[in-house]
Design a protein around this ligand. Structure first.
Ligand SMILES: Nc1ncnc2c1ncn2[C@@H]1O[C@H](COP(=O)(O)OP(=O)(O)OP(=O)(O)O)[C@@H](O)[C@H]1O
Length: 916
């Protein structure tokens, strides 16, 4: 915010909490517009980042820029994704608390790009090692695969994710990414069988046809042209200029082979979906459907490994249970087409879940039991959706957004309240709309919409969309957020169809169609074996599955510290530099941004630690400038009194000052600007003195004798020169001014050039009169850096350092390759605790009393029952097998063992075991 304050007149405010008129939507949008025009796409609401898709490449994602945000306090730099990423990462490391970043916004708003950029930030800035490189690669490689199977070209976005994604990245004690896990939500399966005009099916189909080698396509029975496949022509746009399917195929093919060995099986299933789409039916004399495309059945039978006749029968018949007996009845044309499409959707949906499982296996942390990891989750999930025609998918998406809004409000209010409490400031309750009432309407047991849908789908007898709607009307008719044609008044009724219901969401009202809410389950037995194994064979309906997975997601998110990125799409034409106000206002509303700002501003607009506040504004008060020796809290109290803050304008907490109105802060900032100018002038004057001094010193000393007669206006020079002449004398009136000046200059120089870390040995040369003080300062500075460093050392890292010290005592100067081994981290033992516990500890410890260093001989990673001991010097003669261990001194009642590889390299393995 500090940088925002300086730049506020030119580019609006970088933090909406500083908007004077914070309840005005127009002021909010104007601020966004001003900044967007200047390519400033990021703005904060407190710690929430609002991002507007620029639809053009901006030079703000370079490695240098990543470095700018690394380890820097949130408010010192301009708003950016990297600031959020870095802040979460630092909290994860310093507080060891799991984090999550929630990215939301409508289709095309930039969620996926933001997720990728955050992952890239971690890939570049986090510590690395070979294992970590592999995980990073896999994390990045999983993207093209999931995008191929889960993304599609839509009217709103050429690469639209058609599923919600939550990705956990696990970090080890050094802060290196060591594993990951993905949860997927609600894939838009209807796209497999139908696409709107101008849209495509999932990318993988086109990539396979366009890029697949001839042999492969022949094996799958596929032709190169997408026009040959019914499932690929519905949208009339198989080719898209912004997409290169052939190149994408190469990337996906490579990534797939890293993730799974079963690429051929996977592609067989993809191909089977295309063949299924080409299965056609004709009616016989009784009007019953018959398959007319035997060739497709032949391919399908091969690709899905099922009997052709079984498949054919299943596509044109249904099983019904009447009076406890199972009956087979034929389907008509429409029903058969419906069954075929349902099977295609089920196959694709399960394949997608199978693939996510495979990705997860490849990302799994390989040493789960070894060290605890911390987790950072990234949630890239669809924003609130409201279309002309809203189906079951919109219902689930909007329900998900209700839940996230509930979580957001709860956590924002909670953290505000907690901060007030910890600072000892009275909490003033904030009025806000609690959307729990809507969440309950959807999810409550027995009386919620999902329960009713469940009941209708599972009950025996003829459940139809109409019976479902009637049941809904009967159960929730008096709910203030629910309406149907029948329940509405005369005027509203016109806007509601008879097969629709309307929910009044926190973000506005949405009318949903009830058509097709119940999903058939008759063809599931045809799925390939592995796909059947996936846990959610339809015992419950989709809405319940979604509800359950959402409630798990909420649990996951609640257990972490959240950060938020709210993405906004500036126009529907995917064009740069176009700010469509109507569209943006719509999103500001649906993202709940005004409510968010209101809650954040309900109490105080600004709060800062006393140290930070004092450091910034201390020059505004003679008592705090240039330094304040007392407690920062008292310094701030003196400062704000001097500035004339009124009582209602601020509150003093335990560690922070809270300022209620932006205008108070702006007035202080303006005063600072004026002060900076006057300070700048006096510094310029000091600089010109220094130039003069050089000139004067060139003049012979005898001229100094003339000085007492010099005119008054050069008096500071004279004092300066006199001081220079007397500089090596003890402090006296002649050199007082000079010594103060050089002390000030040295300290300022030192402040700008302090060593960056404990290894940085640079230090400005002090003037002779300050050499002792400089020495003391240097020691203090080093102590401080060491202290800060030690404070940040995790227990695991401390243990590494201890082990490195012992390794150095044993091996340094004795093994040629010791120096190379130093930067390599020890990993846990290859021998395993169990292997070592089988050692005869008592015998070993007795022996160790005699010889401090002993060699245990082992072969590869399996320790032999026979153990030989020897002094380190006898090591070569004792070696057999390809590896052995060196047992060293006892630390904390535990024996430390180094494992040597082929008697040459000190491997990364180290292990401790208790002496019995
Ligand atoms: N920060 C950015 N810089 C440049 N272009 C961007 C940025 N963010 C998004 N875009 C552009 O906007 C397009 C859509 O973004 P993205 O796919 O991230 O949207 P989304 O919110 O994930 O949409 P969906 O919900 O449909 O998946 C991108 O393909 C890219 O062209």
């Amino acid at each position: 915010m500090e940088s925002a304050l300086t730049a506020r007149d030119r580019v609006g405010v970088q933090d909406f909490v500083l908007l004077e008129n914070f309840t005005s939507e127009a002021a909010f949008i104007e601020n966004l517009r001003k900044r967007f025009k200047e390519n400033l796409i990021y703005t904060y609401i407190g710690s929430v980042l609002v991002s507007v898709n620029p639809y053009k490449e901006l030079e703000i994602y370079s490695k240098q820029n990543m470095e700018r945000y690394r380890g820097v306090s949130f408010y010192e730099v301009s708003p950016h994704l990297y600031a959020i990423a870095d802040n979460s990462y630092r909290s994860l490391r310093t507080e060891r608390k799991d984090q999550c970043i929630l990215i939301s916004g409508e289709s095309g708003a930039g969620k996926t790009e933001a997720t990728k950029k955050i992952l890239q930030y971690y890939a570049v800035t986090c510590p690395a090692s070979q294992q970590v490189e592999t995980v990073k690669d896999r994390l990045l490689q999983s993207n093209p695969v999931l995008e191929a199977f889960g993304n599609a070209k839509t009217l709103r976005n050429d690469n639209s994710s058609r599923f919600g994604k939550y990705m956990d990245v696990q970090f080890d004690y050094r802060g290196a990414p060591v594993g990951g896990h993905i949860l997927n939500y609600l894939l838009e399966k209807s796209r497999v069988v139908h696409q709107n005009h101008g849209e495509r099916n999932f990318h993988i189909f086109y990539q396979l046809l366009e890029g697949g080698e001839e042999d492969l396509l022949r094996r799958l029975g596929l032709e190169k042209s997408p026009q040959q496949y019914h499932y690929l022509v519905k949208g009339h746009c198989a080719r898209v200029s912004s997409i290169n399917d052939k190149n994408d195929w190469k990337v996906v093919r490579r990534a797939l082979s890293i993730i799974t060995f079963r690429v051929n099986d996977l592609l067989s299933i993809v191909a089977s979906v295309l063949h299924l789409g080409n299965v056609q039916f004709a009616a016989d004399e009784q009007g019953n459907a018959q398959v007319t495309t035997e060739n497709q059945i032949k391919y399908l039978a091969r690709l899905l490994a099922v009997e052709g006749s079984v498949l054919r029968d299943a596509l044109i018949h249904k099983k019904i249970i009447a009076k406890g007996e199972e009956l087979i009845s034929p389907l008509n044309l429409e029903q058969a087409a419906y069954a075929r499409d349902a099977l295609a959707k089920a196959i694709y949906g399960r394949t997608f879940s199978w693939l996510v499982n495979k990705v997860n296996k490849s990302l799994a942390y390989k040493f789960p039991g070894w060290r605890s990891t911390t987790v950072l989750g990234l949630l890239d999930i669809y924003g609130f959706e409201v279309f002309q025609h809203n189906s079951f998918e919109q219902f689930c998406i909007n329900y998900c957004n209700e839940k996230l809004q509930q979580l957001f409000i709860e956590l924002t209010l909670k953290s505000e309240q907690e901060e007030y409490e910890s600072e000892g400031i009275a909490w003033e309750p904030v009025q806000y709309f609690n959307n729990k009432i809507i969440c309950d309407l959807v999810e409550e047991k027995f009386k919620g919409i999902i329960s009713i849908l469940d009941e209708e789908c599972l009950r025996p007898g003829d459940a139809t969309d109409t019976t479902f709607l009637e049941k809904l009307e009967e159960t929730v008719k008096n709910h203030p957020h629910f309406l149907t044609h029948k329940l509405a008044d005369q005027k509203t009724r016109k806007s509601l169809g008879r097969e629709e219901f309307r929910l009044l969401h926190y973000a506005g009202e949405v009318t949903y169609s009830v058509a097709g809410k119940c999903v058939p389950r008759s063809l599931l037995h045809l799925l390939p074996f592995e796909l059947k194994q996936l846990h959610y064979i339809a015992k419950t309906n989709l809405a319940t599955q979604f509800k359950n997975s959402l409630s798990k997601l909420m649990e996951i998110l609640m257990s972490k510290e959240p950060s938020y990125i709210r993405c906004i799409k500036p126009n529907d034409a995917k064009q740069a530099d176009r700010f469509d106000e109507v569209l943006i206002r719509h999103q500001v509303k649906y993202l709940g941004l005004m409510e968010n700002l209101r809650v954040r501003r309900a109490g105080f607009a600004y709060r800062r630690k006393y140290e930070v506040f004092l450091q910034r504004y201390k020059s505004l008060c003679p008592e705090t400038w240039p330094t304040w020796d007392g407690r920062p809290h008292d310094g701030v109290a003196v400062l704000v009194k001097h500035l004339g803050y009124k009582q209602e304008e601020y509150k003093m907490g335990r560690t922070k000052i809270f300022i209620r109105f932006p205008k108070t802060l702006f007035a202080t900032e303006d005063a600072l600007e004026v002060r900076k100018q006057s300070l700048g002038e006096s510094q310029a004057a000091a600089a010109s003195w220094a130039v003069c001094l050089v000139m004067v010193l060139k003049i012979a000393t005898w001229r100094v004798a003339l000085i007492p007669t010099a005119p008054v206006f050069i008096f500071p020079f004279l004092r300066f020169i006199k001081g220079f002449i007397y500089r090596n004398h003890p402090r006296c009136p002649e050199n007082e001014y000079f010594l103060d000046y050089i002390r000030f200059s040295f300290l300022m120089n030192l402040k700008r050039n302090l060593p960056k870390n404990v290894l940085d040995k640079s230090w400005p040369t002090p003037p002779p009169s300050l050499s002792e003080a400089s020495q003391l300062l240097r020691q203090l500075c080093m102590q401080n850096m060491v202290w800060t460093y030690c404070k940040r050392i995790s227990p695991e890292w401390k243990q590494q350092l201890e082990q490195k010290v012992i390794a150095s005592e044993i091996f340094k100067g004795k093994k040629d390759n010791y120096p190379q081994s130093v930067p390599r981290l020890f990993i846990n033992t290859r021998l395993g605790e169990q292997g070592l516990s089988r050692l005869d500890g008592r015998q070993l410890s007795r022996q160790l009393l005699l010889t401090q260093n002993a060699v245990i001989i082992a072969e590869d990673s399996k320790i032999k029952q026979r153990i030989d001991y020897a002094n380190l010097t006898g090591e070569q003669s004792q070696t057999w097998g390809s590896a052995h261990c060196i047992v060293t001194s006892v630390i904390k009642n535990k024996q430390l063992v180094f494992v040597l590889d082929k008697n040459e390299i000190i491997t990364e393995s180290v292990c401790q075991f208790k002496i019995s």
